[in-house]
Design a protein around this ligand. Structure first.
Ligand code: NDP
Ligand SMILES: O=C(O)C1=N[C@H](C(=O)O)C[C@H](O)C1
Length: 268
């Protein structure tokens, strides 16, 4: 399967190039960065540390998409919306790891999924997607009057969106377990005289610092006891391997918007 990595010089972009290079049946056929990027023209393999691949980083996605079977996209919301349109035109798979998308961005991506096979997830690791299943079960089993749910995350100092895509994915799982919409029941920040915690809400807390790859905990706090369900990512390679797995799964599948739970066979 021929894959294009967009945002090829980024933290995830370089990790994705290495993951594709290590995967039998997958090959890098294109690498894209934004216009004016100092990385344009460099060899993608040399940039990622796997040796020369003969694929120069380009600033025009269209020729790259035209010769590819799929796109791996861990960039930024505005870029991802544009790439989704191009993937739909080219009728290829689009694997989206980008987080921080607005409702309007998600609507545009859903529209593109009428023609492209899109897999989108705030976290591409097996561990987090399994954790989401466990969170959903725990939230379903425990009464909202007895157990408060809080989602805590920590990431490196360069991260630009909050709460993380994973925190929101885990919050969605908790809300699904409780059979309530997350949008109407989430508390995204607290400051000052907040008053007591409203019953049934799902709280989010964000920490940023250093080089933390990604730590997430869902805390179910009751009277006299706490259940803590956690995942600690130690290496970005696990997200990249998940994305390549998603691309191979999506290849030849009918257009639509899929999740990593679909890819991993964890859908309930
Ligand atoms: N779902 C998952 O499993 C994971 C998701 N992520 C998400 O992936 C995204 C990227 O993370 P990370 O790699 O750390 O970020 P980086 O900033 O290191 O990388 C993003 C790259 O995309 C490039 N880019 C932005 N806009 C465009 C554009 N229009 N065309 C081409 N390239 C573009 C950036 O270029 P420039 O620097 O010039 O802006 C940069 O090189 C984030 O949203 C993050 O949350 C991260 C890890 C796992
Ligand atoms: O920006 C990151 O680094 C990560 N982003 C994703 C998120 O927002 O949850 C996934 C992972 O935790 C790393």
């Amino acid at each position: 399967m021929g894959l294009v990595v967009v945002g090829a010089a980024g933290r995830m972009g370089r990790t994705l190039i290495r993951a594709v290079h290590e995967t039998p049946g997958a090959a890098i056929v294109g690498a894209v960065e934004r216009e004016g990027s100092p990385f344009v023209g460099q060899d993608a393999g040399e940039l990622a540390g796997v040796g020369r691949l003969g694929v120069a980083i380009a600033d025009d996605p269209l020729p790259a998409f035209a010769k590819a079977d799929g796109v791996l996209d861990f960039t930024a919301p505005a870029a991802t919306v544009v790439f989704a349109g191009y993937a739909a035109q080219a009728r290829i798979a689009h694997i989206i790891g980008t987080t921080g998308c607005s409702e309007a961005d998600d609507a545009a991506i859903a529209a593109a999924a009428r023609h492209a096979t899109i897999v989108k997830s705030g976290n591409m690791s097996l561990g987090v997607n399994l954790l989401a299943v466990l969170v959903e079960q725990a939230a379903r089993a425990l009464d909202a009057a007895d157990f408060d749910i809080e989602v805590l995350e920590m990431h490196h100092r360069h991260k630009v969106d909050a709460p993380s895509g994973t925190a929101l994915l885990l919050g969605e799982a908790a809300a699904t377990g409780r059979q309530v919409p997350l949008a109407d029941n989430s508390v995204r920040s607290r400051d000052g005289h907040t008053g007591p915690r409203p019953e049934g809400t799902i709280g989010f807390a964000t920490l940023r610092g250093g080089s933390v790859v990604g730590d997430h905990s869902v805390i179910l706090a009751g009277a006299g006891e706490r259940i803590v369900l956690s995942h600690h990512a130690e290496d970005r390679a696990l997200f990249a391997r998940g994305a390549v797995k998603a691309a191979l799964w999506a290849h030849g599948r009918k257009p639509g918007l899929y999740s990593m739970r679909d890819v991993l066979g964890l859908s309930t």
